[in-house]
Design a protein around this ligand. Sequence first.
Ligand code: ATP
Ligand code: MN
Ligand code: MN
Length: 301
Amino acid sequence: EVVVETPEPIAEAPPVSIKVSSRERLLFPDSQVTKGDLADYYAAMAPVMLPWTARRPISLVRCPQGRAKRCFFQKHDAGSFGDHVHHVDVTEKDGSVEPYLWVDDADGLVACVQMGTIEFHGWGSRIDALEKPDRLVFDLDPDEGLDFADTKKAAEHISGQLAEIGLTSFPMLSGGKGVHVVVPLTPDAEWPVVKDFADRFARAVAAAEPDRYVAVMTKAKRKGKIFIDYLRNQRGATAIMPYSARARAGAPVAVPVSWSELREIETAARWRVTDRDELLARATSRALVGWGVKDQVLPDL
Ligand code: ATP
Ligand code: MN
Ligand code: MN
């Protein structure tokens, strides 16, 4: 039985000791958001962001000169992040050992911003149990031409399919084009089992409505359909973290919402970095939706 717990009361944001340089640098030229603004955003959001992001291997989208200039996706520690950004050695498929980054406090988040980070992506598992994911995510990627209403309907439908096999899920606006359907899990099954489950589930949904969904990467097959990207559910894959900013026009952020809220929302980029106070208020009162789902394990498929 799934127990939905009342979220823990959220503490005040702790003071941040990281010094941020070039605070006036415009990271989002289209919306006047500076590096200092982004650092302040993450410092303020830390209490609601860390319950999801802390102690998880993270990959960063860094845009040191702003989102309009060169950005890069960084997976491994290059040693330059300072004491508040930690690393964990992870053995890769080829046997090599690579240092992955993780944080556990506001200083860690802000230290990443100091290094030009805009986006925080995370693994599906925590460093404490790297081989056992604590969430599944179905990343719904609509083909161009579909509107957000189609994506919302798809997310609800997929959630319904999950419910039929006993799994509680909740939606997250990606801050970009799509919605992620997130299934919190008790860390129990290991990656190969979880990936196999996600693969079979996505294929079954797509096979039942082939005109609506596609579960394969091939771009040509996506015409007019929603791609159910289940490949976020393999060891080493990442997805955008709740409340991460996106390096996209307007400085949007990824936001977990309730199913009833989703019905009223008209874009996956509904909230922006500049909506910090509103985001913090809603997150503090109710946005740990789905978090606190306890004792949820995968059924046989
Ligand atoms: P949207 O709703 O616009 O699709 P999204 O975050 O779901 O936003 P996708 O392109 O669907 O974006 O997903 C890409 C995912 O792949 C990201 O969440 C990220 O964690 C992961 N990823 C893996 N490698 C990279 C990379 N080199 N650059 C960016 N993302 C990467
Ligand atoms: Mn997506
Ligand atoms: Mn995708």
